[in-house]
Structures are given as structure tokens and as C-alpha cells.
Design a protein around this ligand. Sequence first.
Ligand SMILES: Nc1ncnc2c1ncn2[C@@H]1O[C@H](COP(=O)(O)OP(=O)(O)OP(=O)(O)O)[C@@H](O)[C@H]1O
Ligand SMILES: [Mg+2]
Length: 201
Amino acid sequence: MSIELFGPEPEGATPLTDEDYLGLKPKWIATRGDLNLAEAQNILAAMDKHFRAPMKLEVILDDHFVRKLHKDMYSQVWTWAGTYRQIETSIGFDPLTVPESVFLLMENSKVWIQQAKSKNLDEIVCEIHHKLVQIHPFRNGNGRMTRLLADLLLISQNRPVFSWGGGGLEKVSLERTKYIEALQRADAGDISFLVNFVRSQ
Ligand SMILES: Nc1ncnc2c1ncn2[C@@H]1O[C@H](COP(=O)(O)OP(=O)(O)OP(=O)(O)O)[C@@H](O)[C@H]1O
Ligand SMILES: [Mg+2]
């Protein structure tokens, strides 16, 4: 069977390839609905684990944690969970630069957050989310991983998590269109659309 049978993906998603599909672990997955369910179950378990035991900023802003979080979210579904990609993707930096780019972003982010006043913390967290998803460290699952990482950062600073437009980002929806547009504005240097989006309902 080929991943093509799974049908089209929502706008702004990194398309899964047949090579990605070779890393699919559960044998019962035959449709995109099955895949979404398996990933959602895995992600819920990871959220439960990480929301129960809030972490310090220095623990989260570390390239080891980025890989650990991706592994926690997807290792029941994909063999490549937690492993940096070595292939080009439709979004993202040259794969050869991924390890260093993630490392440097995490180092810089520690300084940005420590210097942030509570007023502009949302903006800094949006910058980190955007820059990390732009690097696109993994074959897939980058959007969901970097959104959870942003929420964990907010929790570490005793701030409420983002609403992410009220939900519905996983499927074709108005919220998803707005979110992808906000990321494209951020690509062009304007983070304000994303900052407004993340606390909208
Ligand atoms: N122009 C862009 N600039 C930066 N990031 C982008 C852009 N377009 C899309 N993205 C991000 O890439 C993500 C898609 O990448 P990927 O498929 O690896 O993640 P995902 O978790 O499977 O996605 P999702 O659950 O959001 O569909 C989007 O959710 C969004 O966060
Ligand atoms: Mg995807």
C-alpha cells in the first residue's frame, strides 16, 4: 500500500512521502482517519505527561528536548520520531543545517525570554514557534510539536497557554487558513498577525 491512498493533506502541511510511510509502525492504519487517530492518541499521552510535570525554561529550550518532545508525541506511530530529517521538505531549511539551526535558536531563545517583559512574552513565544517551524527539524509533525513547545514555554512562565484560534488547526478550516496566513506574514517579517491569532477564539 502507498501513502497516496491517504488522500490530500490540509493547506500548509508537509506532504507525507512513501519513504516516510515506510516508518509507519501500527499495522492497523489503512486510512488518513486511522493515522490521525493514532497520532492524536500518541500526542494526548505526551501532553498528559508534559502538562503534569511542568518544566523549567532551560530544560525546554534545549535541542535535546526538541527531539525528546517529538519522540514522545510520535514514537508510537513513526520510526523516525525524534530524529532530525536528512531530506528536503516543502517547507524548511537545508537538512544539513537543521542540527545547528535548532541549537542556535534554543540558545538565543533563552536570552530573548529572560529579557522579555511580561507584556511581550507572547510575541517572543510566537517568534520562537515561527522560527522553529520554519527550520522544520523533522520529516513531519513539526506544526503540532512546535505549538506544544510554545504552550510548554508559556506554562514555564506561569502564563495561560495559547488558544490557537479556538482549535481546528489539524483539518481544513477557517482557523487553519488564518494560521497559515499568519505564518506567511511572519515569513515576510511581520509577527503581529500570529500574535493576534494565537489568543483569538
Ligand atoms: N509559510 C510557512 N512558514 C512557516 N511555517 C509554516 C508555513 N506553512 C506551514 N508552516 C508550518 O508547517 C506545519 C506543517 O508541517 P508538518 O506537516 O511537519 O507539521 P504537522 O504537525 O504534521 O502539521 P499540522 O498538524 O499543523 O497539519 C504547519 O502546521 C505550520 O505550523
Ligand atoms: Mg503534517
